[in-house]
Design a binder for this molecule. Structure first.
Ligand code: PMT
Length: 400
């Protein structure tokens, strides 16, 4: 396997040397490409010695004659010869260039010419990382299906404390391996995933909603896509850009989600319901904005259709995975929902612990399987949890 390691200009550039070594230990051939600023932090010689290959530093070499012509198309050759592009550290500038499609040096030009998987490990000052422009650019890249290896938190070289530190090289190497050697066990499957909250209108300007961000469901959809499935993602309102490479349907209310799921159900052989669907909607929602008065206001609610239970009742050969968001008795509730809604597995999710569940980047879940097994999944990123959930599909297939 051949991988391009793109090194951006940040203080963490020296850690890319360790990354190149770790990748080679996994039997991967590494071609290093450095930006001009990266060379201010670490010399190409270090990478040339570590990888035993010439490091690419320029879009146009100054060697003259025919070599200029061949270097002008070198980014195309490098794009064709490598199976993955990993960028570490990815600076705010590099991330912006990739998001915009700006190509003014070898690495950014190679990025546009490259069609394989891309792993991006950002590193920068905390305020820069939190800046809305960087957040938006990162989300654009994530929506393209690129893997973002989130920066860690800690004391940064600039003296501030917070997120922005390059992820550990071992973690980046693990993500690269997962992309290169991960299972393609869902090839031929059609996976329908629901994600995010629903919004139940009270009047034209107000609604009843919940705290779901969609992160868990989107992570599952993207993981299924990486494992070779055709994916249909039906999402309530979220701030996450629609991922590319899958069929994406945006809905508002539970009733809209119900219609979209029922319309697409026939195509799917695996259904995963991570959405936080409102159990009730407002009866006779007002068509005009409700005026404020001194009097109390009572909203009458009526039950929404239980989409999961409805699918369970007509499940056929499908594999059906539901979620159970609980604040107490999680395993018992997950088991109860699994039987009541005829699921093959229910992902039990405690949702009253800081740092996991609704809105968080991490989750801690317990998988309750129809086989009677109960699998505790340690607290981890939603991306990793998504992988563990999909790992169970193979087992559920075996038991029929
Ligand atoms: O979106 P994030 O911020 O990443 O947060 C993730 C999450 C906490 C929302 C997710 O991990 C999760 O737990 N999702 C299920 C939330 C939920 O609605 O749980 P529930 O126990 O109320 O519902 C049980 C199951 O029935 C769920 O699969 C749900 O999608 C489904 N359901 C519920 C009600 C309804 N009317 N129709 C349904 O299909």
């Amino acid at each position: 396997m051949n991988v391009v390691l793109g090194v951006g200009g940040g203080i963490a550039a020296y850690k890319a040397a360790e990354l190149s070594r770790l990748l080679q230990e996994r039997g991967i051939t590494v071609q290093v490409v450095m930006t001009v600023s990266a060379q201010k932090f670490i010399t190409p010689l270090t990478f040339a010695a570590l990888t035993n290959r010439k490091v690419i530093t320029d879009l146009f070499s100054d060697r003259g004659g025919d070599e200029v012509l061949s270097s002008a198309v070198e980014h195309i050759r490098v794009a064709q010869d490598n199976q993955l592009l990993v960028i570490a550290p990815a600076t705010a500038d590099l991330i912006a260039k990739m998001a915009l499609g700006q190509a003014d040096d070898f690495l950014s030009t190679l990025y546009l010419a490259f069609t394989g998987p891309v792993v991006i490990a950002p590193a920068m000052n905390t305020n820069m990382w939190n800046h809305v422009a960087v957040r938006n650019n990162v989300e654009t890249l994530r929506a393209r299906g690129h893997v973002i290896v989130e920066p860690g938190e800690g004391l940064l070289a600039c003296g501030t404390t917070g997120p922005g530190r390059l992820a550990e090289p071992a973690m980046i190497a693990q993500e690269v391996s997962r992309e290169l050697f991960g299972p393609k066990d869902l090839e031929g499957d059609v996976v329908l995933v629901t994600a995010g909250p629903t919004e139940e209108p009270i009047d034209p300007v107000r609604f009843i909603g919940n705290r779901s961000s969609g992160k868990m469901g989107y992570a599952i959809a993207e993981a299924a896509l990486r494992r070779g499935a055709r994916v249909i993602l039906i999402s309530g309102p979220t701030n996450i850009a629609a991922p590319v490479g899958l069929e994406f349907i945006r809905v508002g209310s539970a009733a809209e989600m119900h219609s979209a799921v029922m319309e697409k159900l026939g195509a799917a052989n695996i259904v995963i319901k991570a959405a936080a669907v409102a159990d009730y909607r407002v009866l006779n929602a007002s068509t005009q904005k409700i005026k404020k008065t001194a009097a109390r206001l009572t909203l009458e609610l009526e039950p929404n259709p239980d989409i999961l239970a409805e699918i369970g009742a007509m499940k056929g050969d499908r594999i059906l995975i539901g979620f159970a968001a609980e604040t107490e008795n999680m395993v018992a509730e997950a088991k109860r929902k699994m039987l009541a809604k005829n699921c093959d597995m229910v992902v039990g999710n405690v949702v009253n612990q800081a740092g996991t569940g609704f809105g968080a980047d991490e989750n801690a879940v317990t998988l309750v399987l129809r086989t009677g097994e109960v699998v505790e999944v340690a607290r981890a990123s939603k991306r990793e949890v998504a992988g563990w959930i999909l790992d169970q599909v193979g087992r559920l297939r075996l038991v029929g």
